[in-house]
Write a protein that binds this ligand. Structure first.
Ligand SMILES: C[S@@+](CC[C@H](N)C(=O)[O-])C[C@H]1O[C@@H](n2cnc3c(N)ncnc32)[C@H](O)[C@@H]1O
Length: 271
């Protein structure tokens, strides 16, 4: 019996599989009309399974809204926001291969009104516009200057809401932090004990590598994430899955003393 040729209707899938393979490896497993981009992902069906655990804290209807997806990777969250009706989605990332993945994914799914650009979070001011929803998921701990990134987002692109996620380590407790910190425990020369409380806001500094990745620099505890968000001028409205926060823009604490973000000048001779 003759071996049947692959049918014509399989050819578009073959072409899509080759395009996916050409851009591998993928960090986002996205279902492109039946073809998965990373079916053997080490975290399982990622990030769809994670999204399912916090999707309820994101507005279900984004009709007419604009979204900025910072560190968009292959565009999983950009796609999900389009599915919720967002009119315009801009995804930025510092890695061209991920941006090519994101373009392939949105093209394959037929989404319009999505734009992907190579831009660092430190350069968001160059966008020259604000967005109804900023997504800043999975990027903070990769940065050497995490609070600066939050300050820049708050100053230049966040108009109303921000969906935020970070790697966290340490206690999930939230300690009651005093309004002001005395040098010593009252009546002693002892340092205040609360700095060592598990729920005191902390950022663990990772000098070497975390999970074999040298780009992981920081791991806040839950109190640290929330305190940093507040310090940058975001109020936390909801928390889900332990490390995901839905925030609104709020006044920047101590903002009356001047802008929070800094803009280091580049010297002419640096290498
Ligand atoms: C762990 S992935 C998170 C991807 C996606 N946001 C998510 O939550 O699934 C981190 C992403 O941030 C990007 N990234 C790292 N540093 C960045 C920077 N300075 N500006 C913009 N994107 C950055 C990486 O290229 C990568 O795509």
């Amino acid at each position: 019996m003759p071996v049947a040729n692959r049918s014509d209707d399989q050819r578009p899938y073959d072409a899509l599989r080759s395009s996916i393979a050409a851009l591998a490896p993928w960090f986002h497993n996205i279902d492109l009309n039946g073809v998965a981009t990373a079916p053997d992902h080490f975290l399982g069906n990622y990030p769809a399974d994670k999204f399912a655990r916090f999707a309820a804290i994101v507005p279900a209807d984004l009709t007419g809204k604009s979204v900025l997806d910072i560190g968009c990777n292959a565009g999983f969250y950009s796609v999900e926001m389009k599915r919720r009706g967002a009119e315009r989605v801009v995804g930025i990332d510092s890695d061209d291969r991920y941006l090519a993945q994101a373009r392939l994914a949105t093209d394959a799914l037929g989404f319009t009104g999505v734009e992907f650009r190579n831009l660092s979070v430190y350069d968001v001011a160059a966008l020259g516009e604000t967005f109804d929803l900023v997504i800043f998921m999975g990027v903070l701990y990769h940065l050497r200057h995490p609070l600066l990134a939050l300050d820049l987002i708050r100053a230049h692109v966040a108009r109303d809401a921000m969906l935020f996620q970070t790697l966290q380590q340490g206690s999930p407790e939230i300690a009651d932090v005093p309004e002001d910190h005395p040098f010593f425990e009252p009546g002693t020369y002892r340092q205040p004990a609360y700095f060592d409380a598990p729920g005191y806001p902390k950022m663990h500094f990772i000098e070497r590598q975390f999970a074999g990745d040298w780009t992981n620099w920081w791991a806040p505890n839950a109190a640290g994430s929330q305190a940093m968000l507040r310090a940058a001028g975001f109020s936390v409205e909801a928390q889900a899955d332990g490390d995901v926060y839905f925030c609104r823009v709020a006044p920047v604490p101590f903002g009356q003393h001047g802008p929070a973000a800094v803009y280091p000048a580049k010297g002419g001779t640096g290498s």
